[in-house]
Write a new protein. Structure first.
Length: 439
C-alpha cells in the first residue's frame, strides 16, 4: 500500500471526496435516526395475532406447492421468455435446484412481504390495532392474491413496490424517489402509479413529487406506449367479471362503494386511495378499447384494501350499538363468500371425490405424479405422445429420448400408469418399452 506522500494528486482528491461523502452519509443517517426514533413500533399482542395468521398462510401455501405441478404455459415461458421475472426464476432454480419450491418460493416470499406491509400500513392508518388483523385476514383470503402467490406472475412484485411506497409515505411523510424512478422501467402498469402521484402532488402542492411523477410517466410511456394499440374492442364486462373473481363478487362491490365514499364523503386524498381509484378507473377505460392484463392491474386496486376496513369500522362505530347489526351482517356475508371461494381454491382436489372430470386447476396437476411414477420404474428419459406433457416432464428430470414411449391412452400394449386423486383415476398412460415404441 502506498504512503500518503506517494499518492498522485488525483488519488488524493478521490480519497478526500470519498471520506467526505462517507462522513456526510453518516451524519444524514444519524439525523434520520434521531428524527424517527420516537416512531418505533412497540410490540403487543396484536403482533402475535399477525404472526399467527402469517405462519398459517405460509404453511398452506407451502402445502399447495407440494401438491401442484408446473403448467405447460409456465414451462414455455420459463424456458423461452426473456422477461425479467422469468430471469429471476431461472436464477433461483440454478441456486436452489430444479424443484417446485425453488420455482415458486420467490413469490411466496414476496407474498409474506406484502402481508407485512399491509399489516404495517393498517397499524398506521386504522384507528385500533385489532382492525389490522381483519385487514390482513381479508388480504390473505383474496382469491387473486392466493393465485398470484402460487403462480409465476408479476403481480406480487408490483404489489410489493406499491405497498412499500405507500408505507414509506404514511410513516415517514416522504417519497422513495429512487424506487419511483426505477420502477418506470419495468412495466406499463406503473403508469397508473405516476398518474396517482401526479394527482396527489397537485392536491397537496408538492412540486418535487409532481416533477418525479411527470418524469417517471414520460419514461414509462417512452418504453411501453406501443403496448397500447391494436383494433379497438370492448372488454369492459370481461374486466368487471375478472375483478369480481379476483376479489370475490360481494367484496368487490363493497370495495368500490368504500372507495367512492372515501372520496365523495370523507374527501380522502391519501396516496392509497388515489392509486386504487386510478387503477380501477384506468383499467375500465382501457378495457373499452382493448384487452388488458388483469393480473397486472389487479394489484393497483388491492393497495386500497385498508380503506375498505377503515370504512367498515367507521360506518359501524359512529352508530349506536342497537343499529350496528346490519353492518355486521353485511361484513359477515362478504367474509363468508370470501372464505367459501378460498376453500374452493385450496381444496379443489376434493372435487375428484365426487367425479373424475378435470376441474379448473387440472393444468397444474398430473406432471409431477407421472414423473414420479416413471422414476419408480427406473426411467429418466422417454418419448412422450403429448408434447405439452413432454415439456413439463423435462422440468422434473425426465429428459427426451431413449427407446421408451409414453402414450396418452390405453390402446397400446404395455405398462399401465394410473394417476389417482382421492381414489379416482384422473389420468391414464401406457408405458411401452424398447423396440415396441413407435413415437
Amino acid at each position: 500500500m502506498r504512503s500518503p506522500k506517494n499518492l498522485k494528486p488525483t488519488d488524493m482528491i478521490l480519497q478526500r471526496f470519498s471520506s467526505r461523502a462517507i462522513h456526510y452519509l453518516l451524519i444524514s443517517l444519524r439525523i434520520w435516526l434521531a428524527k424517527h426514533r420516537y416512531t418505533k413500533h412497540k410490540y403487543d399482542i396484536t403482533d402475535l395475532g399477525f404472526l399467527g395468521i402469517l405462519l398459517l398462510d405460509l404453511c398452506i401455501l407451502l402445502y399447495m406447492i407440494s401438491e401442484i405441478s408446473i403448467s405447460y404455459k409456465e414451462t414455455v415461458r420459463l424456458y423461452d421468455s426473456s422477461l425479467w421475472i422469468f430471469t429471476w426464476v431461472r436464477f433461483c432454480l440454478e441456486v436452489f435446484g430444479t424443484n417446485d419450491y425453488a420455482l415458486r418460493g420467490l413469490f411466496v416470499v414476496l407474498h409474506c412481504c406484502n402481508m407485512f406491509f399491509m399489516y404495517a400500513i393498517g397499524r398506521i392508518y386504522l384507528k385500533k390495532p385489532n382492525d389490522s388483523l381483519l385487514l390482513v385476514l381479508i388480504y390473505a383470503l383474496l382469491p387473486g392474491i392466493n393465485i398470484s402467490a402460487l403462480m409465476i406472475y408479476e403481480s406480487e412484485f408490483i404489489l410489493c413496490v406499491l405497498l412499500f411506497i405507500c408505507y414509506i409515505q404514511l410513516r415517514f411523510k416522504t417519497m422513495p424517489y429512487i424506487v419511483i424512478f426505477a420502477i418506470g422501467w419495468f412495466d406499463l402498469v406503473f403508469c397508473v402509479l405516476f398518474v396517482a402521484l401526479g394527482i396527489y402532488a397537485l392536491i397537496h402542492r408538492k412540486t418535487t413529487i409532481f416533477v418525479a411523477a411527470l418524469i417517471g410517466f414520460g419514461i414509462n410511456m417512452f418504453l411501453y406506449s406501443s403496448s397500447i394499440g391494436g383494433i379497438p374492442q370492448a372488454y369492459f364486462f370481461d374486466v368487471l367479471g375478472g375483478f369480481a373473481m379476483l376479489f370475490s363478487p360481494l367484496l368487490f362491490l363493497y370495495y368500490v362503494y368504500t372507495l367512492y365514499a372515501a372520496i365523495a364523503r370523507r374527501k380522502e386524498d391519501s396516496l392509497m386511495v388515489l392509486i386504487s381509484v386510478s387503477g380501477v378507473v384506468l383499467s375500465l377505460l382501457l378495457s373499452l378499447r382493448q384487452e388488458i392484463n388483469l393480473v397486472k392491474f389487479a394489484p393497483l386496486c388491492v393497495v386500497g384494501l385498508p380503506v375498505l376496513v377503515y370504512g367498515f369500522f367507521n360506518d359501524m362505530r359512529v352508530r349506536l350499538k342497537a343499529y350496528r347489526m346490519r353492518f355486521k351482517v353485511r361484513m359477515f356475508l362478504v367474509f363468508s363468500v370470501l372464505c367459501l371461494e378460498t376453500f374452493c381454491l385450496y381444496g379443489n382436489k376434493l372435487s375428484y371425490f365426487f367425479s373424475s372430470n378435470p376441474n379448473f386447476a387440472y393444468p397444474y396437476y398430473i406432471a409431477k405424479d407421472v414423473a414420479n411414477e416413471l422414476k419408480k420404474r427406473g426411467i429418466d428419459s422417454i418419448k412422450v405422445q403429448d408434447a405439452s406433457l413432454d415439456l413439463r416432464l423435462k422440468f422434473y428430470g425426465i429428459s427426451v429420448g431413449s427407446a421408451n414411449c409414453l402414450y396418452s391412452d390405453t390402446n397400446h400394449k404395455g405398462e399401465l400408469i394410473q394417476i389417482k386423486y382421492l381414489g379416482r383415476v384422473v389420468a391414464q398412460y401406457t408405458l411401452v418399452r424398447d423396440n415396441a415404441c413407435r413415437i
